[in-house]
Design a protein around this ligand. Structure first.
Ligand code: FES
Length: 160
C-alpha cells in the first residue's frame, strides 16, 4: 500500500455511499494519524466531491488533524484478525522501545503511536502501517527494525 493509494482505496470504499465523506475522512485519519492535504485533494477528485466541501468539513470539525502528530505515524492494527495473531504484543513492544503510550508522540516528534481498526489487509495479519507503508506478519522482533528504518530515513533526509 503506497502513500497515495491509501487515499484512493478509502475513496473507492466510500464513493458510492451517500453522505459518506466524513466517514471516509475519518478512516483516512485512522490510518495515517491525520489528514494530509494531498490526500484530501485526491479524495475530492476520486469521490467527486468539491474540494471546498472537504475543506469545510476538515476545518469545521475539531476532530480532524491537518498536521502530522509525528514525522512517522505508527499505526498498529488492533482489528480482530490482527489482535488474534498477537498484535497486542507488537503494540506493547512499540510502547516499550519508544517510551510512549498509544496516542502519544516522542518528545522529538519523530514518532507517533496509535491503534487502528482493520486497515483492510487481514491476510497479512498482524499488520502495522507507518506513513502509509504496510508491514505484514509483524513480530515483536521486527519492531526495532521498523523504528530504525524510519529513524535512518529521517536522518538521511536531514543530511540532504
Ligand atoms: S484486522 Fe488488521 S488488517 Fe484487518
Amino acid at each position: 500500500m503506497t502513500d497515495t493509494s491509501v487515499a484512493a482505496q478509502v475513496a473507492a470504499k466510500w464513493r458510492k455511499k451517500r453522505g459518506s465523506l466524513i466517514m471516509a475522512l475519518h478512516e483516512l485519519q485512522d490510518i495515517k494519524g491525520y489528514v494530509p492535504w494531498d490526500d484530501a485533494m485526491e479524495m475530492a477528485k476520486d469521490m467527486n466531491v468539491p474540494l471546498a466541501r472537504i475543506y469545510e468539513v476538515l476545518t469545521f470539525y475539531n476532530f480532524f488533524k491537518l498536521e502530522a502528530p509525528g514525522k512517522a505515524v505508527i499505526s498498529v492494527c488492533t482489528g480482530t484478525a490482527c489482535y488474534l495473531k498477537g498484535n497486542d504484543k507488537t503494540l506493547e513492544e512499540f510502547k516499550k522501545q519508544l517510551g510512549i503510550d498509544e496516542g502519544e508522540s516522542t518528545p522529538d516528534k519523530m514518532f507517533h503511536l496509535q491503534c487502528v481498526r482493520c486497515v483492510g489487509c487481514c491476510g497479512l495479519a498482524p499488520v502495522c502501517v507507518v506513513n502509509g507503508k504496510t508491514y505484514g506478519r509483524v513480530t515483536t522482533g521486527d519492531v526495532s527494525n521498523i523504528i530504525a528504518e524510519w529513524r535512518k530515513k529521517f536522518e538521511d533526509e536531514d543530511k540532504e
